[in-house]
Each structure stands twice: as structure tokens, then as C-alpha cells.
Design a protein around this ligand. Structure first.
Ligand code: MF3
Ligand code: CO
Length: 272
């Protein structure tokens, strides 16, 4: 069953998303050569707690940490570790979920530590562009397949590998709700998008082939060919006035059911 959220529910998700994005920004600021991914996890946990949120990932299917940090050939679900020291040139995907009053938000960004080769920068920027393209396809009356088709079209132009084993998802009172939101088409298929649907859209693009495998830790997903991967995610609500990206502070008043003011601007995607 796919639930459509009303205004009070979306406002809770907006509060959760605001925390996600503020804390992601703090985590990204802490991503410096010499920092460990465990250090970043502590920044995440402290940032969520100080804002009165609850971390969504700890204990989720036994996940042991607050944030996922996926470095270089790691695609998603990298587990922070005191042994994982960030170094110059590393690419890091940071993925964070927060709960406020029982409502979830989930977002991810990928950054890179200088020096960043042009192809890596382009991969990161293009994955972000694909997220925005997918968000742009969140149209009431459209189909979930339209979102995937929009994402995939952005990758096709550059021959990136589009990860198929992991998909976006509905979100609300659970981290993962129906429907699944693949990063590929065809358009015109899958569920109809209705007002109040909340979707976590999360393209994962690889510089090489699409194939991925999961490590023996049961979590870390990495590219089979060892090439770098990028991941961006937003929690988005479908409204009659278009998609709304949660977490950017302009979600207060507006249309009948969801109160959506429209499309939010996204801060710059890339490398710090
Ligand atoms: N944002 C990811 C997702 O949507 C992370 C969840 S895995 C977790 O699937 F275990 F860390 F929660
Ligand atoms: Co997600």
C-alpha cells in the first residue's frame, strides 16, 4: 500500500529533513584528509541529538552506525570505521536518515577531497543532475517509471553504469515504504504518482560498469570493477504544484493538501 501524506505529516518529515541536511552539511565540513569515517559518524550522531531528532539508521536491519559513508568504489551502505582514514582525492557518499515524531527523512550527497580529476567531478555533478531530473518527473498523475526514466536518461549520455540492485523508495512512518523507485525506465509504467506521496529518490552512478557486489560485512556495496561511484538522494513530496524537496526551509504554507510552495533550490552538489 502506498500512503499519501497530509500536511501535518509532511511538516514532520520536513523537520526531519531539515535536520538531515543541516547535519549532512556538518559532516561534509568534517570530511578532511586525516579524518576517519568514525569521526564523521560522531559528528552525525551529535548533530542529530542536539537538534532533537532521532537517527533512523542505527538498528535498521542491524545497521551499526548513524550514517553511511561510502568511499571511492563503495556505492552505498559503507559502515563508518576508525580504521577508514579519508585522504586527498577520496570520493565520499554520505547518507543520513532522521526521525521526528515518528516521521522519516532520508538524503545523501557525494563529495570529493581535492585533487578531484575532471571525470570524477563530472560523475558527481551528473549524478546530482540526475537526481534533479528525477525530482522534476515527480508529477501528480505521472508514473514512478517516469522518475527512473528521467534519471537514467542523464546517465546514458555519458555511458555511466546505473546501479540497478538498489532503488529509491517511498518514505513516511518507515524508512522504506512502497513504492520502489528504480533509477531506470521505462517511463509510463509502474505506480501512478498522487498528491502527498513521499519518495526518496536516490541515483547511484558508476564511472565504470553498473555491476555491484556486497562485502562480507553484509552492508558495504561496491563496484565490481573497482571504479568510483556517486550517490545523491532527496526526500521529495508530490504536490499539485509540483515536487517539493524536503529540508530546505520553505515548506510552510500553500496548496490545499500538502501546503507546497514549489521546487526548492539545491545547494551546490560537489566537492569541498
Ligand atoms: N538511505 C539508505 C536507503 O535508503 C540507507 C539505508 S541503510 C541503513 O536505503 F541501514 F543504513 F539504514
Ligand atoms: Co534511501
Amino acid at each position: 500500500m502506498i500512503t499519501c501524506k497530509g500536511k501535518s505529516e509532511i511538516l514532520k518529515m520536513e523537520r526531519a529533513a531539515r535536520i538531515v541536511h543541516e547535519v549532512l552539511a556538518e559532516c561534509i565540513a568534517a570530511c578532511r584528509a586525516g579524518a576517519t569515517t568514525e569521526d564523521i559518524d560522531r559528528v552525525a550522531a551529535a548533530g542529530i541529538a542536539s537538534r532533537g531528532g532521532k537517527a533512523a539508521f542505527p538498528g535498521y536491519r542491524g545497521y551499526p552506525k548513524t550514517i553511511c559513508i561510502s568511499v571511492n568504489d563503495e556505492v552505498v551502505h559503507g559502515i563508518p570505521s576508525p580504521k577508514r582514514v579519508l585522504k586527498a582525492g577520496d570520493v565520499a557518499g554520505l547518507d543520513l536518515g532522521v526521525i521526528v515524531e515518528g516521521y522519516y527523512a532520508d538524503a545523501a550527497r557525494t563529495i570529493a577531497l581535492e585533487p578531484v580529476p575532471a571525470p570524477v567531478r563530472e560523475l558527481i555533478e551528473t549524478t546530482h543532475a540526475a537526481l534533479l531530473a528525477g525530482i522534476g518527473a515527480v508529477t501528480v498523475g505521472g508514473r514512478i517509471g517516469d522518475v527512473g526514466a528521467a534519471v537514467e536518461a542523464v546517465a546514458k549520455g555519458r555511458r555511466y553504469g546505473v546501479v540497478r540492485e538498489f532503488v529509491g523508495h517511498g518514505i513516511g512512518t518507515a524508512l522504506h515504504e512502497e513504492p520502489q523507485v528504480p533509477n531506470y525506465g521505462p517511463g509510463g509504467k509502474r505506480e501512478i504518482i498522487r498528491e502527498g506521496m513521499a519518495l526518496a529518490i536516490e541515483p547511484m552512478f558508476n564511472l565504470g560498469a553498473a555491476a555491484v557486489a556486497t562485502d562480507a560485512d553484509g552492508w558495504t556495496v561496491r563496484t565490481k570493477d573497482g571504479r568510483v561511484s556517486a550517490h545523491f538522494e532527496h526526500t521529495v513530496v508530490a504536490t499539485a504544484r509540483g515536487p517539493v524537496v524536503l529540508g530546505f526551509g520553505r515548506f510552510t504554507a500553500g496548496s490545499a493538501q500538502t501546503g507546497a510552495p514549489g521546487f526548492h533550490e539545491y545547494p551546490l552538489p560537489v566537492a569541498v
